[in-house]
Structures are given as structure tokens and as C-alpha cells.
Design a protein around this ligand. Structure first.
Ligand code: C5P
Length: 232
């Protein structure tokens, strides 16, 4: 069954804790990203874990293998459940991150690879030395590369999951942002999918921020999304 992850896109630990308290048992899993982590550090991870919640620490590591592995170990010691790395860090960095995660056993972090940031288009790829592949081709190539070298899953758009999942081993995690329940504000997202479509396409985890955090009734919004996911 696919899991809902709420993006804690807030600037402070106090606001993060208020959201986690408010959502209560409607949400079991939270994403902590660069904004909140840079402001509050590991204490905010400990706080969210202290509520008995799972944590997706989305810091997108891209460094030499030893540094990436040590950062994964730090996440493992915090009890983090999912972490991100950049596929373009290379095969040794991906493998080192996966091996560091494995030291924590079954309950340790799962490593998700970022392929091509959705903010990049064809011109951006050419700028960084990838002139011959479309973003979609680069996503497919890097997804395969990351999983072959030990990544447990991928962060990708709901539209990419259907194409990627048949080409990758069973059990690969597909974590998809850009999810919008029918009728909710799109905001700055471009290619959006409903929760049901994302799950039907093969997503294992949906990352949802504003449709829940900015809802008039966040608990009802979270419950509605989970109900929709369950029917997919
Ligand atoms: O508020 P919203 O539901 O758009 O939040 C989506 C979350 O997923 C944000 O934290 C955003 O940074 C993240 N994300 C995304 N698109 C990507 C990668 C991450 O929206 N391609």
C-alpha cells in the first residue's frame, strides 16, 4: 500500500511541530528538506521522530563517496527512513551511500536517487554537458544506473513512474511529488497527477505539501488523500 508523506515546507521547528501535532494520526510520514534542516538541524528530525513519525530527509547528497556515506550514517543514527542522493554523484558514491545505509539493517534508511531535477529542461542539460539526451531519456538512464548501483528507489514525477517501473527490479521505491487532488490549487507545479493516478501508475510514496498544509482543514485533506490512495 502506497504511503503519504507530507512535506514539512516550513521555516522553523516550532512550525513543524505544530503541523505534526495538528495532523496527528492522519499522517505517519514527513519530509524534511533543505529549508527546515538548514534552519534547525538534526533536532528537528529528532522532534518529528519523537512524535513516532517516519522521516524522509531530503538533502540530496552529492559529494565524494566517503562524505556521502558518512552523511548517510548520520541520518541512520537519527533514525531517518528515507534519504536522497544525486545519481550524477557516480557509481561509487551511490554504492557507498547504499552500503552505509545497509549497516543499519532492515530499519535503516532507504536511499532514493534523484535523476534530473524537474526544474531542468533540454537547454539546461546541454549546459551541463548532456547535449544528446532529452530530459526523459536522461531520467531513464540515470534511474537504471542508480538502481543498478544500489539505490533502493527514485524520486520521480508520477508521469515517469509508469515508464520506469517495468524496467526496474520489483520492490524499487517510487517517491513522487507534484500530486494534487482534483480541485486543489496547482501552485507552481507543472505536471501534476491526482493521488489515485500516481498510485495506479506505480508510485509507492506520494509527497504532498500545500494541498494539506494550506488546506482549511488539513486533517480532512490528509484523510481524503489517503482514502483516494487506498482506492487506486
Ligand atoms: O506543496 P507541494 O505539494 O507542491 O510540495 C511538493 C514537495 O515536493 C516540495 O517539498 C517540493 O520541494 C518537493 N519536490 C517537488 N518536485 C520535485 C522534487 C521535489 O515538488 N521534482
Amino acid at each position: 500500500m502506497a504511503e503519504l508523506i507530507v512535506a514539512l515546507d516550513v521555516p522553523s521547528r516550532a512550525e513543524a511541530e505544530a503541523r505534526v501535532k495538528l495532523l496527528g494520526d492522519a499522517v505517519d510520514f514527513y519530509k524534511i528538506g533543505l529549508e527546515l534542516f538548514t534552519a534547525e538541524g538534526p533536532d528537528v528530525v529528532k522532534a518529528v521522530k519523537g512524535f513516532g513519525k517516519k522521516v524522509f530527509l531530503d538533502l540530496k547528497f552529492h559529494d565524494i563517496p566517503n562524505t556521502a556515506a558518512q552523511a548517510v550514517r548520520s541520518g541512520g543514527r537519527l533514525g531517518v527512513d528515507l534519504m536522497t542522493i544525486h545519481s550524477v554523484g557516480g557509481r561509487r558514491m551511490i554504492a557507498a551511500a547504499a552500503e552505509a545505509a545497509a549497516e543499519f539493517g532492515e530499519s535503516g534508511p532507504r536511499i532514493l536517487a534523484v535523476t534530473v531535477l524537474t526544474s531542468l529542461d533540454q537547454t539546461d542539460l546541454a549546459d551541463i554537458g548532456v547535449p544528446d539526451r532529452s530530459p526523459a531519456e536522461q531520467v531513464a538512464a540515470l534511474a537504471r544506473f542508480a538502481v543498478d548501483n544500489g539505490a533502493h528507489g527514485l524520486v520521480c514525477s508520477a508521469f515517469d513512474v509508469g515508464g520506469l517501473s517495468p524496467t526496474l527490479p520489483a520492490g524499487t521505491l517510487f517517491v513522487t511529488p507534484g500530486v494534487r487532488p482534483a480541485g486543489s490549487a496547482v501552485g507552481d507545479q507543472k505536471r501534476i497527477a491526482t493521488p489515485a493516478v500516481a498510485v495506479a501508475g506505480g508510485a509507492t510514496h506520494l509527497v504532498v505539501g500545500r494541498p494539506i498544509l494550506a488546506a482549511q482543514d488539513p486533517v480532512a485533506a490528509a484523510r481524503a488523500i489517503r482514502a483516494e490512495m487506498a482506492t487506486a
